[in-house]
Design a protein around this ligand. Structure first.
Ligand code: HEM
Ligand code: NFK
Length: 278
């Protein structure tokens, strides 16, 4: 029945000698020939594809975050909310992906870990760009990219732009909140330092959501973002402990202790602190 059925008889296009096909449009030859295991360990393919798919989702996140930030800067908050909602879904995707990687045991990983050399997710420039874009700015993280002037230029350009949080606070100021001048005029390339005046501004929003509904919505979108981000860090450190215990990382950090320290990073500290004071 289905074996002898030819969808071509109903009009399905079956010849692509002179037309763009699915594989052409998606550059599948490039993507599907980009897996180069360095060992004969069965699980190395899983490891490579897990990271490649994560990097693809990060590429989309950067695309959405960039557009969301531009919309916020132009006071077009509704389109920004739509993009930030998508970013949250992408992060859910990244968080769920750990379930696949968790099927790799320490015994499996040990078979190819040495082949990774000094390479590590620590050198993921897209991850660093996402952190910088959100507002977690640490110029020390530029160093592993010094050998790539093109990537260093991207990261340096990001540090010169106001972060997502900077733009949110500028928009909040334009909408009538009193955001301190020293925050509005800060050196945007520097790490964020928590400010009581910013907490007071957000507290005003949460104390009266009806009056500040759009800013309330914006603040909750940022909290969502950080919530998902924290879950990603937690899933990562837990998977790492499960797979390599307390061994040092290939990237040279202490491994789990370094990643635990990163769990303390706060992207939007005032949005969390105001909750205690409300
Ligand atoms: C078995 C799986 C994994 C292990 C054992 C592992 C291990 C580690 C370790 C030990 C570090 C600390 C840096 C170092 O010294 O190497 C690190 C950092 C990192 N890893 Fe992984 N990782 C794994 C999977 C992943 C996956 C799937 C991703 C997704 C892209 C990823 C992305 C990152 C990133 C972005 C960092 C830098 C984090 C930061 O600086 O805050 N890792 N990883
Ligand atoms: N840092 C890991 C190695 C590792 O996980 C890794 C190596 C190359 C490319 C991506 C990696 N993923 C996350 O760090 C380790 O110490 O085993």
């Amino acid at each position: 029945m289905t074996q002898s059925y030819d969808p071509g008889t109903e009009g399905a296009k079956m010849s692509f000698d002179d037309a763009m096909s699915y594989g052409d449009y998606l550059s599948l030859d490039t993507i599907l020939s980009a897996q180069h295991p360095k060992s004969d360990a069965h699980d190395e393919m899983l490891f490579i594809i897990q990271h490649q798919t994560s990097e693809l989702w990060m590429r989309l996140m950067l695309h959405e975050l960039d557009a969301a930030r531009r919309s916020i800067a132009a006071d077009a908050l509704q389109p920004a909310f739509k993009m930030l909602a998508r970013v949250a879904r992408i992060m859910e995707q990244l968080n769920s992906a750990w379930d696949v990687l968790r099927t790799m045991t320490p015994s499996d990983y040990t078979r190819f870990r040495a082949a990774l050399g000094a390479s590590s997710g620590f050198q993921s420039w897209q991850y660093r760009l996402i952190e910088f874009a959100a507002g977690n700015r640490n110029a020390a993280m530029l160093k592993p990219h010094a050998h790539r002037s093109d990537i260093t230029a991207l990261l340096v350009a990001e540090l010169a732009r106001p972060s997502l949080y900077d733009e949110a606070l500028r928009a909040a100021h334009r909408a009538g909140l009193s955001v301190p001048d020293e925050v509005l005029n800060r050196d945007v390339g520097a790490p964020w330092t928590p400010h009581d005046g910013v907490e007071a501004a957000w507290r005003q929003v949460y104390a009266d959501p009806e009056t500040y509904w759009t800013l309330y919505d914006l603040a909750e979108k940022l909290v969502d973002f950080e919530d998902y981000f924290r879950r990603w860090r937690f899933n990562h450190v837990t998977t790492v402990e499960r797979v390599i215990g307390l061994k040092r990382g290939t990237g040279g950090t202490g491994g789990v202790p370094y990643l635990r320290r990163m769990l303390e990073v706060e992207l939007f500290p005032e949005l969390w602190r105001l909750r205690t004071a409300l």
